[in-house]
Write a protein of this length. Structure first.
Length: 569
């Protein structure tokens, strides 16, 4: 890659050799343009990618030494962005506001989340809970509930009860026709059992408005809500039980770490402020977490980037030091960077050389934002290159994958095409939970290098159990972990096991990209096993123009025609 100065973007397709382009760029700067290796900084997405890049560059440098008889101990700096941020903080921790070299927190947030959950459980089990009754004076029909604050709860019911049948009765008969009575006070751990007792007691005497069985859960939703507010010092507002922020609290608390970290990945100025979180429970947790971290003089992974960027912004001399130190910057997997990542990257060299594929952007749940790459390509000062010939997969796989991904908008349009002319059909097998194991084993009967891909970790535990007696070692992994890898045969299992594909809680365009990434891991054979999925009919039919092109001209003539068009461009 002969590009030298100024910003540039390489738009790459799957199997086109993204890492090879980065390696070639590094070696070309050193060999052709005599750039000292230590002036080059290459950023990779994760530690595994760093190791791969180090190996490739190391081999290339060894080859250069043997060819021109020169010796150099210098090497390019190849890091993850988090590791590079850590370097900046470690070298300048006092200017970053730390009293001493900060400790790195890795799994501490998981421990803090777990401890917060344990504390809430302990507080809930011992708190004083009132079991109350709201009764119609006219019919004797009752509603039984529990709360830590009877006066507040009474007002909520009479204003606008969360129980629809009680609410309709109060509106119809009038508030004065209902009485509110305390039945007993019990510890939280006894509340559900006693509520169930009183529901049964009054159901036998008259009838009740209650529908749900309180014994189906350890604690009632109302009690959990009240204890969350008490634990985190959140003001309990009227009818908070129907506020979307407080739905499924126990489930959402399990995801609180990702909620906080995802918000930190959006920080584009200053330092992280927990008050910017919209989710009130996450905000309260983040305030406690950040305080504990500050007391411990520690930083977490996201802080490495946030503090490093803030340091370079507030210290222009330091920023210039790093720009002088690394005048050439390369970033791989550019489509997966977050706003916080791009903030730090933008503060470094103006000679930014980025490589990425927005069609493979599948990390928005971590804060990745493919629109950053899309916007970068539109900048007038950015030189744009394309490598969209797929050297991995057969033409059949590439064309069907292309038919799928071209339905996404917005995206960077690219001329995806295959180097391999083989026209082996993609196998599509409809399966149910009862038939998926048989279908999977049938696909593995004559399998060589094969991977079985699924949407979630849970589904890969399930699949491994199905293969427990299978004599050949088959790799079973999630699609996200498979990104950047390839196999002769890929078996994609969807909508048969635990989770839906696309997931209802995810962005539809990103779910399509996940499916696309799975398809393009296959070199020769692709088998798709599963139930109903909107993406299957989308890739089954190749758009007419491509289909016509291949049928009318034949694959090799079509390739020559495409090459001619490329040369013109």
């Amino acid at each position: 890659m002969n590009h030298v100065m100024g910003p540039a973007i390489v738009i790459a397709g799957p199997g086109s050799g993204k890492t090879a382009v980065v390696t070639a760029r590094v070696l070309n700067l050193i060999q052709t343009h005599n750039i000292p290796p230590s002036h080059i900084l290459a950023i990779a997405f994760n530690r595994k990618a760093v190791e791969e890049m180090e190996t490739r560059v190391g081999r290339g440098l060894a080859s250069l030494k043997s060819s021109d008889d020169t010796e150099t101990s210098q090497k390019p700096v190849i890091r993850t962005l988090h590791a590079f941020g850590k370097d900046i903080i470690s070298e300048n921790y006092e200017r970053a506001g730390f009293r001493e070299l900060p400790t790195i927190w890795t799994g501490q947030i998981d421990q803090i989340v777990a401890e917060e959950q344990r504390q809430i459980e302990r507080e809930t089990s011992t708190t004083d809970v009132a079991i109350y009754k709201i009764e119609s004076k006219k019919t004797g029909k009752c509603y039984i509930g529990q709360t830590t604050n009877p006066d507040r709860r009474r007002k909520e019911h009479f204003d606008h009860s969360s129980n629809d049948r009680l609410r309709q009765a109060i509106r119809s008969e009038g508030e004065t026709q209902f009485s509110f009575e305390m039945l007993e006070r019990v510890p939280g751990r006894e509340a559900n059992r006693r509520e169930a007792h009183w529901i049964a007691f009054y159901r036998d005497r008259a009838s009740v408005f209650n529908r749900a069985d309180p014994l189906r859960m350890q604690y009632s939703n109302q009690l959990i809500l009240e204890m969350f507010c008490q634990h985190f010092g959140i003001v309990y507002e009227e009818h908070l039980d129907r506020h979307p922020d407080f739905e499924n609290l126990r489930d959402r608390f399990n995801d609180i770490k990702e909620t906080v970290m995802r918000t930190k990945r959006q920080v584009t100025e200053g330092l992280f402020d927990p008050k910017t979180l919209d989710d009130r429970v996450a905000r309260a947790f983040a305030e406690k977490y950040e305080t504990l971290k500050t007391v411990a003089n520690a930083v977490d992974f996201e802080d490495m980037i946030i503090h490093a960027a803030n340091l370079l912004e507030t210290c222009p001399d330091l920023r210039q030091t790093y720009r002088d130190k690394y005048p050439y910057l390369l970033v791989d997997e550019f489509q997966d960077i977050s706003p916080a990542d791009f903030r730090l990257i933008s503060l470094l060299s103006e000679n930014l050389f980025a490589v990425g594929d927005d069609d493979q952007a599948i990390y928005s749940f971590r804060g990745g934002d493919s629109e950053i790459m899309q916007a970068f390509t539109k900048r007038r000062d950015v030189k744009r290159y394309e490598i969209t010939r797929n050297y991995r997969s057969t033409s059949m796989i590439v064309e069907h994958a292309r038919a799928l991904i071209e339905r996404n908008e917005p995206r960077i349009r690219k001329n995806l095409r295959a180097h391999n002319p083989i026209q082996r059909h993609i196998k599509i097998v409809e399966t149910t939970p009862e038939t998926v194991e048989t279908a999977l084993l049938r696909e593995l009967e004559s399998a060589g290098e094969t991977a079985v891909l699924a949407r979630t970790n849970y589904e890969t535990e399930q699949i491994q159990e199905m293969l427990s007696n299978h004599p050949n070692p088959i790799e079973v992994t999630t699609i996200h972990k498979a990104k950047g890898r390839e196999w002769e045969k890929v078996i994609l299992i969807h909508n048969t096991l635990e989770r839906r594909f696309p997931r209802r809680d995810s962005i539809h365009t990103e779910e399509r990209r996940v499916f696309y990434v799975a398809m393009t891991r296959a070199k020769v054979e692709l088998a798709v096993l599963g139930g109903q999925c909107p993406f299957v009919p989308e890739f089954e039919k190749i758009p007419k123009n491509v289909d016509y092109y291949l049928r009318q001209f034949g694959y090799w003539r079509a390739r020559r025609r495409m090459k001619k068009e490329d040369d013109i461009k």
